[in-house]
Every structure is written in C-alpha cells, then in structure tokens.
Design a protein around this ligand. Structure first.
Ligand code: NAP
Length: 311
C-alpha cells in the first residue's frame, strides 16, 4: 500500500469540498505535497487528460471530489451525470490502480432512499431514488471495482467557506445567507432530515483516515447529529444574528422537482477511533464556521442565486 501521507492530488479542487480538502491537506505536516486540479487542469470525462495528470503528479493519494451535482441538473441531464459521476470515477480509479495510488471517491447520503430506519451506517443497503444518487452509487462501484484498497467516503449537507473563483457553485448556506442579507425570509424544507457537515471537519477526518491506512471500502463521514434543511438554515441565520429568519416549508409549498429521500442521517460503524475522535456535533462545527468565516460567507452570499438545491 502506498504511503497515505506522501503526495496528494485533489480533483475538483475548485469546489466547496475540494478546496477545503486541499487547504487542510496542505497544512498537514505529514503530507509531503498537495496538487490541486480543477476542471481546467483535468476534466475527468477525458481519459488522456486524466492519465496525463496522474503521470505528471505521481500521487500516492487521489481524492476525487469532482462531481456533476444537484438533484435538478442530474434529472435534466442524466447522461452528463453518469459521464462525470460514474464513468469519470472509473477513469480516475483505474488510473490510480495502474499508478499504485489510493483513490478516495467522495459520495453522498443520497445513495439511500431515506425511508429508514435511520441513521444509515456502512452496512445499510443503498437504494437511490434519483439520478444524482444513482450516478454516485455507480461511481462508488466503479471506484471499488478498480481496487479493493480504494475508499468511498459518503458525506452530506456540506457547509464551509466558499471556494475562491468565478466558477464556483453557490452552496446551500450561501444561498440562505444571500436571502437573509437582503432582508428576505427564505421558505426552507422542514421535512427532509440529514447530517450537516463542516467541510473542514470532513477534510480533517479524510486525512486521518488515510494516515491510519484504513481498509478499503465505504465510510460514512459527517458531523454528529441530524437536522432538517430548515433547522440548518435557522441555525445559520440566527447564529449570525440576522433578522430575516427562515420559515419552515413542506414539499408542495413552493418546491418543485422529484421527491427527495426523506431522512438520510448517516452514522459509522467503520471509522477508526483516531478518526472518530476528531468528530463533533454539527452545531459546534457550525458555530466555529460562523465565527471564523461568517462575515466572508455573508459577503460572498450577496451575489449568490437564491435557489436552495440540496445535494
Ligand atoms: N455539497 C454537498 O452538500 C454535498 C453533500 C453530499 C455529498 N457531496 C459530495 O461531495 C463532493 C464534492 O461536492 P461539492 O459540493 O464540493 O461540489 P462543487 O462545489 O460543485 O464542486 C465540484 C467541482 O467538480 C468540478 N467538476 C465538474 N465536472 C468536472 C469534470 N468533468 N472534471 C473535473 N472536475 C469537474 C466542478 O468544476 P466546474 O465548476 O468547473 O464544473 C467543481 O469545481 C461530491 O462528490 C458530492 O457528491 C456534497
């Protein structure tokens, strides 16, 4: 097994999670070098480009955080969803196996149907309802088929500092802050339950998982506890002392698109104790995020489009 603490390559490094992973890994003295690749450096739908990058970087670890995301966009363009999330994942995972690198495929709670009983651990059988989750489950299989030493990290409802750059997608928290900053109250779904997760905490746990030389296969990595999207939005807006608190909504009251999984909180029975020790309740993680990044996130949010699209 290659040293997990050697050279890292982060794909999707300009995204919400990829940027946090690259930042946390770069600050870890056990990791020798971190190479960040956005879509311009490696489009994972292009085989030659992906393989060329791996040959040039010669990584020990490749974190695949590149994704075609959003429930609506994936339903509208399933071919693209599969091309990036499944076939792209195969390309990356096979190139890693050929190069002797460990691949970490980031996946989602939406591989579960949300009918419970939750919370879901790694032994629960996946049953995605939507193209997004179906394409991600296919990506999981492709990754683990390429090598049993590869890892799948399922996570959920991410919040964190917005990545720099023009091309970034506005995250849920930014969208909520955008409304609140404009003095508008958002109607947010109060029926879907998930595990809110701070990107910095997730990144630290992924680094530790690799440093622990954890066995291959799936891992659930989220902050502790669960909330509805409304609960998360309320905690964000009230945590920053903004007046325009969100209102709880139910599907049908101003929401469109296919039904999403109802309750997908995650828990883990596989995380090594040294990784588990780094975890904390999501409200504690959110408080730290708002303390350290709240004002910047608020500023970035003012230009975000006002459409919550929770992955
Ligand atoms: N955000 C959440 O709440 C959430 C919840 C559960 C799981 N996850 C998982 O977490 C991972 C990261 O999600 P995220 O929220 O950080 O997404 P994100 O902010 O949208 O970032 C994804 C990045 O992937 C890049 N990308 C898209 N197509 C690509 C391609 N063909 N080749 C290379 N790069 C490509 C995007 O670049 P462009 O902008 O140029 O397209 C973007 O920078 C995903 O696996 C996702 O399924 C996220």
């Amino acid at each position: 097994m290659p040293p997990a603490t050697g050279r890292w390559l982060v794909l999707g490094a300009e995204g919400l999670l990829g940027s946090a992973l690259a930042t946390v890994a770069s600050a870890d003295p056990r990791i020798r070098a971190v190479h960040r690749a956005g879509r311009a450096q490696a489009d994972i739908t292009r085989t030659a480009e992906t393989e060329r990058l791996l040959r040039a970087v010669r990584p020990d670890v490749v974190v695949n955080a590149a994704v075609f995301t959003g429930v609506g966009p994936c339903e509208a363009d399933p071919a693209r969803a599969y091309e990036v999330n499944a076939v792209g994942a195969r390309r990356v995972a096979r190139a890693c196996a050929d190069a002797g690198a460990r691949c970490v495929y980031i996946s989602t709670d939406y591989v579960f149907d949300g009918t419970g009983p939750g919370p879901y651990d790694e032994t629960a059988p996946p049953r995605p309802l939507l193209t997004y989750g179906l394409s991600k489950l296919a990506g999981e299989h492709e990754t683990l088929n390429a090598s049993p030493g590869h890892l799948v990290v399922r996570t959920a409802a991410l919040f964190g500092p917005p990545p720099p750059g023009e091309r970034r997608r506005a995250g849920f928290v930014e969208q909520i802050l955008g409304r609140a900053a404009a003095g508008r109250r958002a109607d947010v779904i109060d029926t879907l339950v998930m595990s809110p997760t701070y990107t910095a905490d997730l990144a630290r746990m992924v680094v530790e998982l690799l440093a622990a030389d954890a066995d291959g296969g799936p891992y659930h990595v989220t902050n502790e506890g669960s909330a509805t999207w409304y609960g998360l939005a309320h905690a964000v807006v009230s945590g920053l002392g903004l007046g325009a608190l969100p209102r709880p909504a139910t599907p049908g009251a101003g929401t469109a698109g296919p039904a999403r999984p109802a309750a997908t909180p995650l828990t883990s029975v596989r995380l090594p104790p040294r990784v588990r020790r780094l975890n904390r309740p999501w409200r504690d993680a959110l408080a730290e995020f708002l303390r350290e990044h709240g004002p910047d996130a608020l500023a970035a949010a003012r230009s975000a489009p006002p459409l919550p699209d929770a992955p």
